[in-house]
Design a protein around this ligand. Structure first.
Ligand SMILES: [Cu+2]
Length: 166
């Protein structure tokens, strides 16, 4: 009986150590990118957009500074703004990610603008994106090309032949 309980004790210690290690390991990675996606586009499209969610689980604010991908000649951070009753896009120099918060990039709002696509956005394919944060540094993401989920929203700017709305 004694040996069983000491084994349990040791197991408990090992579990605790494991949890501590986990905490230490995640301390340096408070910023996560999840649910990155793009709409499929006609092969003639010149520009596209990527949407994603940035989670900051840390207690310090971070800032997304820039994005790059080999699928486009250039990637910019954009937002949609209402101007004189019309929706237009605005380039941002960065996006603040508050502590303990999530920032959602979605159609009709914040998005990663991909200019000069090097290959078409084909449904069910994917491509890599690198996001550069002020504190977290480089955070890689994989963007899934898929139809918009059931949510409704604005038509966005990337749904017809790459009209080059910049
Ligand atoms: Cu844009």
């Amino acid at each position: 009986m004694k040996s069983v309980s000491s084994v349990r004790f040791v197991t408990r210690i090992v579990c605790l150590l494991g949890m501590l290690l986990c905490l230490v390991a995640t301390a340096g990675a408070d910023v996560h990118v999840e649910d990155a996606w793009s709409l499929p586009l006609p092969p003639t499209s010149v520009n596209g957009a990527a949407y994603l969610t940035v989670h900051n689980r840390g207690s310090v604010a971070d800032r997304l500074l820039e994005v790059e991908s080999d699928i486009a000649g250039k990637a910019e951070l954009h937002n949609h703004v209402m101007q004189d009753g019309q929706m237009s896009m605005m380039r941002l120099s960065g996006v603040d990610i508050p502590p303990n918060a999530s920032v959602v990039f979605a159609p009709g709002g914040l998005h990663v603008m991909l200019l000069g696509l090097t290959r078409p956005f084909i449904r069910d394919e994917q491509y890599p994106l690198i996001l550069r944060f002020e504190h977290a540094g480089e955070v890689p993401a994989v963007v899934m090309i898929r139809d918009r989920s059931a949510m409704s929203g604005h038509a966005g700017h990337s749904d017809s032949g790459g009209s080059g709305t910049d």
